[in-house]
Design a protein. Structure first.
Length: 200
């Protein structure tokens, strides 16, 4: 039986970005499938946006992120990020690709890399189209689909499913009903996929 992992994430999450490659490798190793759920942070479940955290926690969070990025072989650009617009529309583009049966994971990676390694404004539709085109997609088609009713309905449905499941932050993986929050929890997911379910 094929193993299916529910993947809850946001395009604007640096943690989802730096954890994407090891997650993909894990999925390939177990010949598993990914069911994507692009969502915003769920504050009702306890998520706290970085901008709302105390200075001390925010400063430490940046250092920790840089450590993990280095460990994962990723470089992150933190400069001039205040000029970037909301990346939420990029998430709708990924949903559009998924619903159209296209390689949504490839588009996800292209958008996240542009956002986090080059600080490109993926909230801008023209920039998203260019990124999608460069990644082998029809950017104009993706953008047209992203505003459709079925994509917006999927966005809302993803949120409700994630909220009911107890998801709050990015990335979160769900396998056989068990949640694993954070890219640093991939070793626990790996053990679960291997048949060992660790519970506190």
């Amino acid at each position: 039986m094929t193993k299916t992992i529910d993947y809850f994430f946001g395009i604007g999450s640096p943690w989802a970005y730096i954890g994407l490659e090891p997650f993909k490798a894990l999925v390939a190793r177990f010949d598993a499938q990914i069911e994507p759920y692009v969502i915003p942070l769920i504050e009702d479940n306890g998520a706290i946006y970085a901008r709302n955290r105390p200075d001390a926690r925010r400063a430490y969070g940046v250092k920790d992120l840089k450590r993990w990025a280095a460990l994962r072989g990723r470089s992150l650009m933190f400069e001039n990020r205040s000029t970037l617009s909301d990346p939420t529309p990029a998430g709708l583009a990924v949903i559009a690709a998924h619903l159209a049966g296209q390689h949504w994971l490839g588009l996800t990676q292209a958008l996240q890399e542009a956002f986090w390694t080059r600080a490109e404004d993926i909230g801008n539709s023209e920039i998203r189209r260019a990124i999608a085109d460069a990644a082998g997609f029809d950017g104009a088609d993706i953008e047209a689909r992203a505003g459709s009713r079925d994509v917006l309905a999927k966005w809302e449905s993803n949120y409700e499913i994630a909220k009911a499941a107890g998801v709050f932050g990015f990335p979160t993986f769900r396998y056989e009903g068990e949640l694993y929050w954070g890219q640093d929890s991939l070793p626990f997911l790996e053990r679960h996929l291997s048949g060992e379910k660790l519970l506190a």
